[in-house]
Write a new protein. Structure first.
Length: 159
């Protein structure tokens, strides 16, 4: 069963970059040696610049704050929100239980990233949504294997 994420296509250049990016991940997903730096080189520094870079101390401080915050507060505490780093995105995409994926445009000009999960349940779609977010302003809907969910803009911003 193929799952998918629908998204607005902002422009052809960004859509083509997403297709290229997915092709690169498809090549590396089955490889045992997909170092972050090699992927960064292949994807290009421009792609990596879309993500924040955190120092070791910033990561340690954030992790300490995260684990010292009660579980029921973590998701709602604005001081714990932070953008995903390039390294986190790449490792999450390569380590997740997905059988990757392709990107197509439908007849209405809507982008569709398709993937299959190798197991159920799987770890979630955060990395895939963040990958799309580099190239598109808005995710329209998701079918995660449990049925299609249309997203409103305010839900989309929670990613």
């Amino acid at each position: 069963m193929t799952q998918y994420i629908l998204f607005e296509i902002d422009n052809k250049i960004d859509f083509d970059k997403l297709i290229y990016c997915v092709e690169i991940f498809n090549r590396h997903i089955s490889s045992d040696d997909a170092p972050i730096e090699a992927l960064k080189s292949e994807l290009g520094e421009e792609f990596a610049k879309n993500f924040p870079t955190y120092t070791k101390k910033e990561n340690e401080d954030w992790r300490k704050h995260w684990f010292n915050t009660p579980v029921n507060i973590r998701k709602h505490d604005p001081s714990l929100k932070r953008k995903m780093s390039f390294e986190t995105l790449v490792s999450g995409l390569l380590e997740n239980d997905f059988q990757y994926f392709r990107v197509i445009r439908n007849e209405d000009g809507i982008g569709r990233l398709e993937f299959d999960s190798a197991s159920w349940p799987y770890g979630g779609l955060t990395q895939l949504k963040n990958l799309i977010r580099v190239f598109s302003r808005r995710i329209i809907g998701i079918d995660d294997g449990t049925g299609y969910t249309s997203l409103k803009l305010e839900h989309d911003k929670e990613i």
